[in-house]
Design a protein around this ligand. Structure first.
Ligand SMILES: N[C@@H](CCC(=O)N[C@@H](CS)C(=O)NCC(=O)O)C(=O)O
Length: 206
């Protein structure tokens, strides 16, 4: 049995969108949960098995998975016929894995440090900075229209996510902006956004 712990309008929205894109909503129970939010609302849900009470958290027959990249890799491997990832043997597979790991190890930390205005020679020497993140995405999108070329994949869903939530932080670069807009314009994204908004409105009214 597969269960996803999801808090509306949070990082787990990307996983719900993946599930929608893959057409596997009937294979996974999506359990709405609560998390502490930046505005002081919400609180940790003791029912959520994530070791830090965060989302997303996927439970598969008792095994707990965290981290969006790992969950995306897991689900796209479990349901390869859904077509959101190149299969093993496809020459694009290596690029796909690279994007998923690079996102968690480099891209998101760099963007958080950049938004927090934290700089240091050690960070530059290891993670590098926002300019390098943008350059790397740009190099792929110049070939585009998606990170892997012709086909949209979970890599696009993961890597565009920060700018789905903070559009004002999107780099002032038409290639990146158009790609974010293309990702956001997908029907699955619109459906999940509408559901998340309804869930948040129901919470506010409760
Ligand atoms: N690196 C994790 C980050 C997970 C994360 O920080 N989730 C936020 C939601 S936007 C959360 O659950 N925050 C609640 C908390 O910090 O307790 C991932 O990408 O899955």
């Amino acid at each position: 049995m597969l269960t996803l712990f999801h808090a509306p309008q949070s990082r787990s929205t990307a996983i719900v969108t993946l599930i929608e894109e893959m057409g596997i909503a009937d294979r996974i129970e999506i359990r709405e949960t609560d998390i502490p939010r930046m505005d002081g609302s919400g609180r940790r849900d003791p029912a959520n098995p994530h070791p830090e009470g965060k989302v997303p958290c996927l439970v598969h027959d008792g095994t707990v998975l965290t981290e969006r990249g790992a969950i995306m890799l897991y689900l796209t491997a479990l349901f390869p016929e859904a077509g959101l990832a190149p299969k093993p043997g496809n020459p694009k597979r290596g690029e796909y894995l690279t994007w998923l790991f690079w996102y968690g190890a480099v891209m998101e930390p760099v963007l958080i440090l950049d938004w927090s205005k934290i700089e240091s020679p050690a960070l530059q020497a290891s993670l590098r900075g926002a300019a390098e993140v943008v350059a790397r995405l740009r190099a792929a999108l110049e070939k585009g229209p998606w990170l892997l070329g012709d086909d949209y994949s979970a890599a696009d869903l993961l890597c565009h996510a920060p700018w789905a939530w903070f559009p004002e932080g999107t780099p002032d670069d038409p290639l990146i902006r158009d790609w974010v807009a293309r990702c956001q314009a997908r029907a699955a994204s619109a459906r999940v956004k509408a559901r998340d908004a309804a869930a948040m409105a129901a919470r506010a009214a409760a």
